[in-house]
Design a protein around this ligand. Structure first.
Ligand code: FAD
Length: 432
């Protein structure tokens, strides 16, 4: 079948196998020349694409739960959405969640995803206690921070390149309510936004929507959104009313004028400097989950996500340069998001490091690709890197400079029989 990531480029022909038991998964692994695991396909680029794709989605059982400690064991194909439906009414929440709930637990581990609480909670793997893996030679191995720790660390953030994650043990966090207390702060420019992040570092969740087309003194103007789990309110999950985008939109619909108009309206929707509010956790964490197939808004050519992180020391200057370059090019995005990460971890390919991170989406055009090359150079010059799960285009050289521990990953792959495990991305990035 034709298959792509969430950005809908590239699109390739792939054989997709969806084994429902370990025995069948093992047979499929033995029979395939080159394969990669796949969850819900929410990575944007080509990290879950290969000639043979092994879907983990039918490995979808909840295996054990301790309601004293919040320790959960589940198969890798379970979605975060399912976990929320089951556990929020019981007073438990994900310790870390990305901006969509339509992500598998295996995918969350493989990308070592981060959420709005990275500065306090770290990334997803910080809450993972252990993994059950199927290796390329058919062996099933349990790994954690003490047993086969090299495999554990390389798998968290390892983009499926060490083996197939079969099951995950993780710890959920307690909540008293399904509701969030929110505060939205208006920042006049990038310096103001970064200072506000700093001043409000005690907030559990923080993220800023940024107008990436604003220039001059308004460069980086943003709305900083803070959140706390509310102590009051019921624990009920909502029944979602999911609308869908029925057709591919004309590719030109999202252009500099429509994006500029949207950004201006959005920024000025709040007049006061600070506004408090309350929101159910669903719209707070997953604003786009209510619109199924929103990725079709970019039309047939698809779109490119770009997420970079810069180290704290050079972050302010580097972010200014990135935003100036984007605003000058006039290629804005609706979904420009800024966040300050806390410290990184010890996984060789995990993305976060302490410093600001910027995520944007762009139309997939030759002009944008040329712009992104220029952004790559700025990111590398400032000691930063790009997020693998969003990437469809970076060069092997850019990858290796951004992830200097890539060779460790290659060694773990050799030790654990991963020769036949490869994605289009891992080949492009020349990961041996
Ligand atoms: C709207 C939206 C918002 C997002 N927001 C965030 C965010 O805030 N923070 C963030 O960090 N990410 C974010 N993401 C990215 C998303 O969280 C990751 O791409 C995640 O990995 C997707 O999981 P998936 O199940 O769809 O995996 P897929 O896209 O299917 O696969 C992603 C990678 O995981 C590997 N993989 C999947 N399952 C397994 C398995 N069982 N065993 C081994 N490897 C496996 C694949 O090989 C591939 O390399 C967002 C994505 C979208 C579409």
């Amino acid at each position: 079948m034709k298959l792509s990531g969430w950005g809908r480029c590239p699109v390739v022909e792939a054989q997709v196998l969806a084994p429902d038991t370990l025995a069948v998964m093992r047979r499929d692994v033995a029979d395939s020349d080159a394969f990669i695991a796949r969850g819900l396909g929410r990575s944007y680029g080509d990290s879950a694409l290969a000639p043979v794709v092994l879907s983990a989605l039918r490995l979808d059982r909840l295996l054990a739960f301790d309601d004293e400690t919040g320790e959960l064991e589940c198969e890798a194909g379970v979605s975060l959405d399912t976990l929320l439906k089951v556990f929020v009414p019981k007073g438990w929440f994900l310790p870390v969640t990305p901006g969509t709930s339509f992500v598998s637990v295996g995918g969350a581990v493989a990308s070592d995803v981060h959420g709005k609480n990275h500065h306090g909670a770290g990334s997803f793997s910080a809450h993972v206690l252990g993994l059950k893996m199927l290796l390329g030679n058919g062996e099933v191995l349990d790994c954690d921070r003490t047993s086969h720790a090299d495999l554990f660390r390389a798998t968290c953030g390892g983009m499926g390149l060490t083996g197939i994650i079969l099951a995950v043990r993780l710890r959920l966090q307690r909540i008293a309510s399904a509701w969030m207390r929110t505060t939205t702060l208006k920042a006049n420019n990038l310096d103001d936004a970064l200072d506000l992040f700093e001043a409000r570092r005690d907030a559990t969740y923080s993220v800023a929507w940024i107008d990436c087309l604003a220039r001059g003194r308004a460069l980086g103007r943003s709305l900083l959104m803070l959140g706390e789990h509310d102590a009051k309110g019921e624990l009920a999950d909502t029944a979602d009313h999911i609308r869908s985008v029925p057709v591919d939109f004309p590719a030109g619909l999202l252009n500099r004028y429509s994006v500029a108009a949207f950004n201006t309206l959005y920024y000025h929707r709040q007049l006061r400097r600070e506004v408090d509010g309350r929101s159910h956790f669903r719209p707070y964490f997953y604003p786009l989950d209510g619109i199924r197939d929103w990725n079709r808004l970019y039309g047939k050519p698809g779109f490119l996500q770009y997420q970079c992180v810069l180290p704290a020391q050079s972050g302010r200057e580097g972010m200014k340069l990135l935003l100036e370059t984007i605003a000058q090019a006039g290629e804005g995005s609706f979904l420009a998001v800024l966040k300050i990460f806390g410290p990184g971890n010890d996984n060789p390919l995990s993305f976060p490091m302490a410093g600001p991170t910027l995520a944007l989406d762009f139309r997939n055009t030759p002009k944008v690709r040329e712009l992104l090359e220029r952004l790559d150079a700025i990111v590398l010059d400032h000691g930063g890197r790009l997020y693998l799960t969003k990437d469809a285009r970076m060069s092997a050289a850019t990858f290796k400079r951004g992830y200097p521990r890539w060779e460790e990953m290659a060694q773990v792959r050799t030790r654990h029989h991963a020769e036949r495990i490869a994605s289009l991305q891992s080949r492009r990035l020349e990961i041996p």
